[in-house]
Design a binder for this molecule. Structure first.
Ligand code: 6R9
Length: 654
């Protein structure tokens, strides 16, 4: 027996590199260290001030109502229009000629420049068209579109008339789409004939037709012509260019209650029925807008911002549409994949539009690293001043690669932790304040009460690992799961008393900074130690031959679970006989022998969701030789065949 309490999550990886903010950035930063002090002295006062950055038609009477947790209300009595905040007020302030969107289609030369005045006109017309189709405030509208400006127009038009949008990733299956339309009982679906993906038109309309046949609530389908391919036509279908093209340009935005439902977004990636995460109006916009201003230090007159996310992901909602547009940003929107027509496409776009702020995901960064340093080196990336990361823990080596190869070795990196459920960023460095550490999201943003706790819900000391929780409500928090309050309580508020449990593991380093360690469902129990997938993956990625890896725990007769690692090598590396042994030893040297993988599989690809998250659940099925579970949210189903074939050939090592 020992006095040491049972560790909740092991802390194996140490990182000592530090990068101070560039002095020039710090000197002019939108947000300084004072914000932390202000927020800790008066958290609600701090959020009131952030809300004042928006235009309210009617002021709120009370900032927060938390008398019936976990059902929060923010800015009670306040009224505002989200589209007015994103568009009209910028035009009224004389900025109608400012570019809102530089849109870049996937086919070369396919581009559109949309100013704030033009975007406003389109949104007004679309708002009128939706009204003509019978949509009224409170109705749900499903949006299933490629990355074209109409996606933003559709969302803002819904917001303008108080309809609740429900965006579904273009490319999701009939099951996924019809399930989401039905759960939200959407009245209208907005879609397109198709979009471009990897150099080819990729149809969307057939999936909508099949889904609508299964969805009795749908009355009309509004169809954008994007590819011009032939489409089947039903009596519910209306062309966007007819309905919106013919609509009036006059539309006065009406204010809605701060707690009016703005959107539902379904979370993906689990086996269970998708959860319709509900966000409302005032608190959501307050935090999406403030965090975009603070974390990207946006200077709307001079910055060109580019978030590479898809509109079907919460990142596209908060950091393509609502955050940036509410701040009057000029941004790039890109339709296609990073390797069409060549692997330098992203960097070509950065060079062309002189992008200053770039927000992308670790999966993309690791892919670029795999493709080789020589590709970004061919382009002028000197306009970049801040780089962001979101979606998964970023491995320290991928972080360094990003900074060195994309950020010329000098731009700050903001690793932003948040979720569909949190609505907006929660933990992140501030680029003009924080001395950054590769791989750490570091510190809760001002006004956010994040903590790392043990099984009993007690804060872990510095150096300890455990569960990431939020101790206080925040403005952009989910209000419930659509139609299922009990599931909302059970999923997020039952593990610990009076705390929101995010489902992520985390640790606090010796300075108190937070490191995300992946989903707790993925944590591996090896010989009595709880080991995070993230730390083992980061150790693997720190080997110069490894571009990407995914680690899972597979049942093991001796250790409980054995660590099985799936590894993608960097582009130029030829595997040799000793490589897997070398990698296993490398992990043992970095993290200790307990974390040494039982088996390493070299694979060409990893199974990922549409937002780029590794689906470890499927890899666990492979590692334990089970048939595959639900693959509806998988980005590319052929990947699993490739991996399973390789797995059958490989045999466990000692
Ligand atoms: C925005 C978004 C949420 C989950 C979250 C966590 C993971 C997101 C992260 C991160 C480590 C980061 N995640 N950002 N993990 N570091 N910077 O991704 O929303 O799709 O709902 O996913 O993604 O596991 O719980 P969503």
């Amino acid at each position: 027996m020992t006095d040491t309490p049972q560790e909740t999550l092991a802390n194996l990886l140490t990182e000592t590199r530090r990068f101070d903010p560039p002095p020039a950035l710090a000197a002019t930063a939108n947000v300084t260290a004072e914000a932390y002090e202000q927020a800790s002295a008066d958290r609600l006062g701090f959020w009131e001030q952030a809300a004042r950055r928006l235009h309210w038609g009617t002021d709120w009477e009370q900032t927060l109502d938390w008398t019936n947790p976990p059902f929060a209300k923010w800015f009670i009595g306040g009224k505002l229009n989200v589209a007015y905040n994103c568009l009209d007020r910028h035009v009224e302030a004389g900025n109608g000629d400012r570019v809102a969107i530089y849109w870049e289609g996937e086919p070369a030369g396919d581009e559109r420049v949309v100013t704030y005045a033009e975007l406003l006109t389109e949104v007004k017309k679309a708002a009128n068209a939706l009204t003509d189709l019978g949509v009224v405030a409170g109705d749900r509208v499903a949006i299933y579109l490629p990355m074209i400006p109409e996606a933003a127009v559709a969302m803002l038009a819904c917001a303008r008339i108080g309809a609740t949008h429900n965006v579904v990733f273009g490319g999701f299956s009939v099951d996924a789409l019809s399930g989401r339309i039905n759960d939200a009982t959407a009245k209208v679906v907005i879609t397109a004939d198709g979009g471009y993906r990897r150099g080819k038109p990729s149809a969307l309309k057939p999936t909508v037709d099949e889904s609508v046949a299964l969805a009795p609530s749908v009355e009309k389908v509004l169809v954008v012509r994007r590819t011009g391919e032939d489409v089947a036509w039903t009596d519910k279908d209306v062309w966007w260019h007819d309905a919106v093209g013919g609509a009036s340009e006059d539309h006065e935005a009406q204010d809605f209650d701060a707690e009016h439902p703005l959107f539902i977004l379904y979370t993906s990636g689990t086996t269970a029925k998708p959860k319709g995460i509900l966000h409302t109006t005032g608190g959501y916009l307050t935090q999406a807008s403030y965090t975009h201003h603070a974390v990207f230090d946006l200077k709307p007159e001079s910055d060109v911002y580019w978030c590479t996310a898809d509109i079907g992901w919460v990142t596209g909602h908060s950091y393509i549409v609502y955050g940036p547009l509410s701040n009057g940003a000029t941004q790039v929107m890109y339709e296609g994949t990073p390797d069409t027509p060549h692997r330098g496409r992203f960097w070509e776009i950065v060079e062309k539009y002189k992008v200053t702020l770039l927000y992308t995901a670790p999966t993309a960064i690791r892919t670029f690293a795999k493709w080789g340093d020589d590709i970004p080196a061919k382009f002028d990336l000197s306009s970049l001043r801040i780089l962001g990361s979101v979606g998964e823990p970023i491995n320290p080596e991928a972080w360094i690669w990003y900074r060195d190869n994309i950020g010329s070795g000098k731009t700050p990196i903001v690793d932003t932790w948040w979720q569909t459920e949190t609505g907006a960023m929660m933990i992140s460095p501030l680029p003009g304040v924080t001395s950054t550490k590769p791989g750490s999201a570091q510190r809760p943003l001002p006004g956010i009460a994040a903590d790392v706790v043990d099984d009993e819900g007690n804060s872990v000391p510095n150096g300890g690992g455990g569960y990431l929780v939020l101790r206080e409500p925040w403005p952009s928090m989910l209000r419930t799961i659509w139609g299922d309050d009990q599931r909302f309580i059970d999923t997020y508020w039952s593990k610990f008393d009076a705390m929101y449990f995010a489902g992520d593991g985390a640790k606090r380093d010796d300075d108190g900074d937070i490191w995300l360690l992946g989903r707790v469902d993925d944590v591996m129990l090896v010989s009595g130690h709880n080991i995070s997938t993230t730390e083992v993956e980061s150790a693997l990625v720190s080997h110069p031959k490894v571009a990407e890896s995914a680690v899972v725990g597979a049942t093991d007769p001796i250790t409980g679970q054995g660590i099985v690692a799936f590894v993608i090598l960097r582009g130029s590396v030829e595997p040799d006989d000793g490589l897997t042994t070398e990698l296993r030893n490398h992990v043992a040297a970095k993290l200790g022998p307990i974390a040494k993988p039982r088996q390493i599989m070299l694979v060409p690809e990893l199974p990922k969701t549409r937002s780029g998250k590794i689906m470890r659940r499927l890899l666990r099925d492979v590692a334990e030789h089970r048939s595959l579970g639900d693959v509806t949210t998988l980005q590319d189903s052929a990947v699993m065949d490739l991996i399973s074939q390789g797995m059958d050939k490989g045999k466990p090592e000692d």
